[in-house]
Write a protein that binds this ligand. Structure first.
Ligand SMILES: [Zn+2]
Ligand SMILES: [Zn+2]
Length: 300
């Protein structure tokens, strides 16, 4: 069976994704109510009872809202680092069944290898993930104020990347509902990536084996999917990286399930190797100038 990946919802008010391999069924964050998560899993004919565990990036409520209820009811292990565990227990005033990892370490859940790495964000010890499955790699990069060298390095071998494009800078600056202090927080180096900053990351990490980028964590008030899509698509098209499909995620509805199909194992590379050798040549091609296709009408 192919590896299946579904973003159940993403945005400033809730984030949750589902990954399924032959052996393993995981949630990545649980930022909706338990009821919502159950309903969203039902849209892909799955249920929380089938889960093997939940990976948590950090303790902000848009990532853990339904966590404690769901995990305690089903006695599911929660994979997080120690500071995140303590913060969750402080906020929810309960104990959780945590499988503690050290930030920067790699561990396995069934046949999924989980790389963890630190991201600059205003939580106690926030992380990004690279999930290495038998059919390809899925990178999670949301909730970060800027992309460090380490971050770029860790998601470079992603075949599928969930990438934050939180806000349009102009819309955020002109927003009347947010106090200046909150705007400062969002724009800071420990806040959230703007569309432009997300596009910059896409440009730096894209490679021949990257198939899909999901734009995640869009602000409801200070962004529009078409603005985020335009920023990233324009940047990728300019460099000739037209092979990557870019899709904006939605707060309210799950994205279509993405299937990762088995790819050839790179020669002489163990499963823990950092580098994935793409089956197609590296780009941009060195011999011909990149072709810039016309914009898709939906982006204008
Ligand atoms: Zn956060
Ligand atoms: Zn968040």
């Amino acid at each position: 069976m192919p590896v299946q990946f579904t973003i159940l919802g993403s945005g400033s008010n809730g984030n949750c994704a589902y990954l399924e391999t032959d052996d393993t069924r995981l949630l990545i964050d649980a930022g909706f109510s338990g009821k919502q998560i159950r309903e969203r899993l039902a849209t892909i004919a799955r249920s929380p009872e089938g889960l093997n565990g939940i990976l948590i990036t950090h303790e902000h409520s848009d990532h853990i809202q339904g966590l404690v209820g769901l995990a305690s009811k089903l006695n599911l292990p929660i994979y997080c680092n120690r500071l995140t565990k303590e913060a969750i227990e402080r906020h929810t005033k309960g104990r959780i069944n945590a499988q503690i990892f050290i930030t920067g370490s790699t561990f396995e859940v069934g046949d999924v290898i989980v790389d963890t790495f630190s991201v600059p964000h205003d939580a106690d010890d926030p992380v990004g993930f690279m999930l290495r499955t038998p059919s390809g790699n899925i990178g999670f990069l949301t909730d970060l104020g800027h992309a460090t060298k380490l971050v770029l390095e860790r998601v470079r071998s992603a075949n599928v990347l969930v990438l934050e494009t939180n806000h349009d800078i102009k819309m955020l600056q002109e927003d009347l509902r947010r106090p200046w202090s909150l705007k400062q927080r969002i724009l800071s180096r420990h806040g959230h990536l703007s569309n432009e900053a997300g596009a910059e990351v896409a440009e730096q990490v894209v490679h021949a084996g990257m198939e899909q980028i999901y734009l995640g964590h869009l602000s409801r008030d200070c962004n529009k999917p078409e603005l985020a899509l335009r920023a990233v698509n324009e940047r990728l098209q300019k460099m000739g990286a037209t092979h990557v499909r870019v899709e904006a995620t939605c707060q309210k509805t799950p994205s279509a399930t993405f299937q990762l199909n088995k790819r050839p194992t790179p020669p002489a590379a163990g499963i823990l190797s950092e580098t994935f050798t793409p089956a197609v040549p590296e780009f941009p091609p060195t011999t011909t100038p990149p072709q810039i296709p016309p914009h898709q009408p939906m982006l204008l």
